[in-house]
Design a protein around this ligand. Structure first.
Ligand code: NAP
Length: 207
């Protein structure tokens, strides 16, 4: 879906590995972004450009948001259907986990629901890389592993003994690691250390 400065996008799960990148891409396209996450991530997401923030532990986004052009629901599943009512006619819902939808209901509302799946595109990845290199898209990193410790990296993610969620990002090549379980996490991609700490996430980047 093409986005521009007239578009409003709601991202459910905006603090996640997928959501925080989607938020920045939507902002890069000029859209107004409503970010949904837990309150601990508000400052963080606003720093990334979120225009509005909804703490899902305090209010339900589908009850307070209307007339958006696009919903990216990175949580997805059966609950995703609740976002139909937040869309304007012509709007689109992209649940990461596809739930149950009724084609007739979608048609009546004038909205489209599309399953999200990975499509490899070298051109898009190259563009993404240039956005990261230019500091327009930032990836939260608080832990770095040498490639030889890939197993330890996965085990670290599986343990989950850190605030937030674990996520792996990046590309193959030489690598770096700082363990988030001990000292202060290190920022990267233009993030200050404090930002990375606020994100409280384990992101692994092979670079
Ligand atoms: N990461 C990838 O590269 C990747 C690639 C393809 C597909 N996927 C899929 O995409 C989905 C999301 O992945 P992810 O990596 O973004 O997950 P994630 O890092 O675990 O993030 C999920 C986010 O969802 C938020 N959340 C949890 N419950 C919520 C609720 N009830 N309402 C709103 N937000 C809620 C959490 O926010 P708080 O932390 O603020 O509580 C969390 O940050 C998963 O199904 C994953 O399998 C991921």
């Amino acid at each position: 879906m093409a986005l521009d400065s007239k578009s409003t996008v709601l991202i459910n799960g905006a603090a996640g590995g997928v959501g925080h990148l989607a938020l920045q891409l939507a902002k890069w396209k000029g859209a107004r972004v409503i970010a949904v996450a837990s309150g601990a991530h508000e400052t963080f997401l606003r720093e990334l450009g979120a225009d509005e923030f909804i703490d899902y532990t305090k209010e339900r986004p589908e009850e307070v948001v209307r007339d958006v052009d696009l919903v990216l629901d990175t949580v997805g599943g059966p609950d995703s259907r609740r976002f139909l009512r937040t869309l304007k006619r012509g709007g689109s819902l992209y649940p990461v986990y596809f739930g149950q939808f009724d084609d007739e209901e979608n048609a009546k509302l004038g909205v489209t629901v599309t399953a999200v799946s990975v499509r490899s595109s070298g051109a898009q990845l190259a563009e993404l890389q240039s956005l990261v290199d230019a500091g327009k898209i930032r990836v939260a990193i608080d832990s770095r592993f040498p490639l030889a410790d890939a197993r330890a990296a996965h085990e670290r993610v599986a343990r989950g003994a850190y605030p937030g969620q674990g996520r792996a990002h990046g590309r193959l090549g030489k690598s770096r690691f700082t363990d988030a379980s001990g000292g202060r996490p290190q920022g990267a991609g233009g993030l200050r250390d404090a930002d990375a700490e606020t994100w409280g996430r384990l992101a692994i980047r092979w670079s």
